[in-house]
Write a protein that binds this ligand. Structure first.
Ligand SMILES: Nc1nc2c(ncn2[C@@H]2O[C@H](COP(=O)(O)OP(=O)(O)O)[C@@H](O)[C@H]2O)c(=O)[nH]1
Ligand SMILES: [Mg+2]
Length: 353
């Protein structure tokens, strides 16, 4: 048997030993006390190399009626054909009476960094005359991915890296009506906002004039607040003052009025992504034309890791705690997953649209 180092100063005193209280190393060693270069910062290179080797996963879900430009926008975001356009839906898709979830994965590589991108499409959402409970399959899908992850985590022989199929971000497409949020928008975002990070966008924003766009955005922000809808990035998860300033700017601009395209056009000798109309070219990546670039920056360039962190530390954590509490109450094994897990109470699910 080896020596035990867990003897505390108090117990030592009781036993008549004269031990010094433990020295708190972290308070004593600060950067300025180092006598020379140690090389701690090289850990960043190590992390970078590991991430590049392993790659990372990013799962994005798009929700909104068909024809709002969801597939086009995802393709524009990742500059590749990651989602099939539905402008020529086949017969089966046309008659679809329910929401089907379809997920498609692609490996996208840029400068040696590999991303496994999964796009989860939700065809059929909001397409019926009676859209009652059409969010249910989506809630179910989101929770099933948490459940899968939880089961893997609880396995005695865990995988070194648990495959992550959890939805890191849900982009919700609002039709550019210029009015208010519709009951279906409120119902969907109210429910899903509790279990996943939602980023609302105004689809096909090229159909609104500048004033209409400004007004519509303001109304939506009012509506979101009035209905207690929580969209990403949420104030309470800002980590520090710097975060708050950056995120406040994003919050002031939400929902982004976006335009998507799969075509390039020549503008002043440069190739730009755009939509050609009779009166000119709408440049998708030009912030003077639309807010596509703001959405791209949020989802990819500035907040991709934060979206993954919020999914893991907040949404998944909430689910995990709830499930483990349930299983503690019911004995050891995880109880079967029901739709209500992690969502609203039954009475809420029964409201009509
Ligand atoms: N005016 C306009 N049309 C768009 C925009 N994005 C896509 N479209 C067109 O809308 C149609 C439906 O697009 P699609 O991406 O298949 O929509 P989805 O059903 O929501 O996936 C296609 O004809 C697209 O070319 C946009 O931002 N503005
Ligand atoms: Mg589509």
């Amino acid at each position: 048997m080896g020596l035990s180092f867990s003897l505390s100063a108090d117990t030592a005193q009781e036993q008549g030993l004269d031990l010094e209280p433990p020295v708190r190393m972290e308070e004593e060693m600060e950067g300025r006390d180092l006598f020379g270069y140690v090389g701690i910062e090289a850990v960043l290179d190590q992390m970078r190399r590991k991430t590049m080797k392993a790659g990372f996963e990013f799962n994005i879900m798009v929700v909104g009626q068909s024809g709002l430009g969801k597939s086009t926008l995802v393709n524009t975001l990742f500059k590749s054909k990651v989602s099939r356009k539905s402008c020529t839906p086949n017969y089966e898709e046309k008659i679809s009476k329910t929401v089907h979830l379809q997920s498609v994965s692609h490996i996208i590589e840029e400068k040696g960094v590999k991303m496994k991108l999964t796009v989860i499409d939700t065809p059929g959402f909001g397409d019926q005359i009676n859209n009652e409970n059409c969010w249910e399959p989506i809630v179910k899908y989101v929770n099933e991915q948490y459940e899968k992850y939880l089961k893997e985590e609880l396995n005695v022989n865990r995988k070194r890296r648990i495959p992550d199929t959890r939805v890191h971000c849900c982009v919700y497409f609002l039709p550019a009506t210029g009015h208010w949020l519709r009951p279906i928008d409120v119902e969907f975002m109210r429910r899903l906002g509790k279990i996943v990070s939602i980023v609302p966008v105004i689809a096909k924003a090229d159909t609104l004039t500048l004033e209409e766009r400004l007004e519509f955005k303001q109304r939506i922000r009012q509506d979101l607040q009035a209905n207690g809808i929580r969209v990403y990035p949420q104030k309470e998860y800002d980590e520090d003052a710097e975060d708050r300033i950056l995120n406040d700017k994003i919050r002031e601009n939400i929902p982004f009025a976006v335009v998507g395209t799969d075509k390039e056009h020549q503008v002043n000798g440069n190739k730009v992504l755009g939509r050609k109309t009779k009166w000119g070219i709408i440049e998708v990546e030009n912030v003077a034309h639309c807010e596509f670039a703001l959405l791209r920056d949020l989802l990819i360039r500035s907040h991709l890791q934060d979206l993954k962190d919020v999914t893991h530390n907040i949404h998944y954590e909430t689910y995990r705690v709830k499930r483990l509490n349930e299983s503690n109450a019911n004995g050891l094994a995880l109880s079967p997953l029901t739709l209500e897990n992690g969502t609203l109470e039954k009475s809420d699910a029964e409201s009509h649209l």
